[in-house]
Design a binder for this molecule. Sequence first.
Ligand SMILES: CC(C)(COP(=O)(O)OP(=O)(O)OC[C@H]1O[C@@H](n2cnc3c(N)ncnc32)[C@H](O)[C@@H]1OP(=O)(O)O)[C@@H](O)C(=O)NCCC(=O)NCCS
Length: 164
Amino acid sequence: MNKAGTFHIVPIGEKLRTAVQALIDDSWAGPYIAVNGRLWDTRTMPGFAALDLRGIIIGYLCYKIHDGECEIMVLESLRENAGVGTALVERTKETARDAGMKKIAVMTTNDNIGAIRFYQKRGFVLRVLRPNMLETSRKIKPGIPLIGNDGIPLRDEIEFELEL
Ligand SMILES: CC(C)(COP(=O)(O)OP(=O)(O)OC[C@H]1O[C@@H](n2cnc3c(N)ncnc32)[C@H](O)[C@@H]1OP(=O)(O)O)[C@@H](O)C(=O)NCCC(=O)NCCS
């Protein structure tokens, strides 16, 4: 339970998977996430959900462990500015540390000013900038729009990392 006693974080087990997946598919145009020219299937990824006192899903995060580090693959808060995103990241950090990981990484896009702000304020630092990578992503995931948040052209991948 968070400090205010308004939500708690649980692993995405069998019971929650279908509901979380429906939210992912809706927000990210299907189960696949394009990162660095590859598609990743969120349906098989471990993760966490934030549940409010009525058991309603108010956020989720899926990650993968590869090449000795943990990478956040999707994160969405459905009740913003209430600590949900931070709690999901904190829980993932604990899990990654317990699994012996030294770093946690995340990719976002140039239009996602909110995420760029969010991660940097939580200690993540720029690791890689992939200019125009979304052109490649559109070849493997057609339907990624040309224009992203706030009318900003959706072009570049920005990868952040955090030392654990
Ligand atoms: C980026 C995102 C995950 C952040 O989630 P969130 O739940 O709003 O995050 P938090 O509530 O933990 O933190 C957001 C702000 O609310 C503030 N906050 C937290 N609890 C609060 C409370 N009880 N009252 C007031 N403000 C609060 C935090 O201090 C934080 O501000 P800061 O960044 O200036 O410190 C969310 O905006 C989102 O889902 N965006 C769309 C999807 C997306 O872009 N995902 C990332 C893709 S890589």
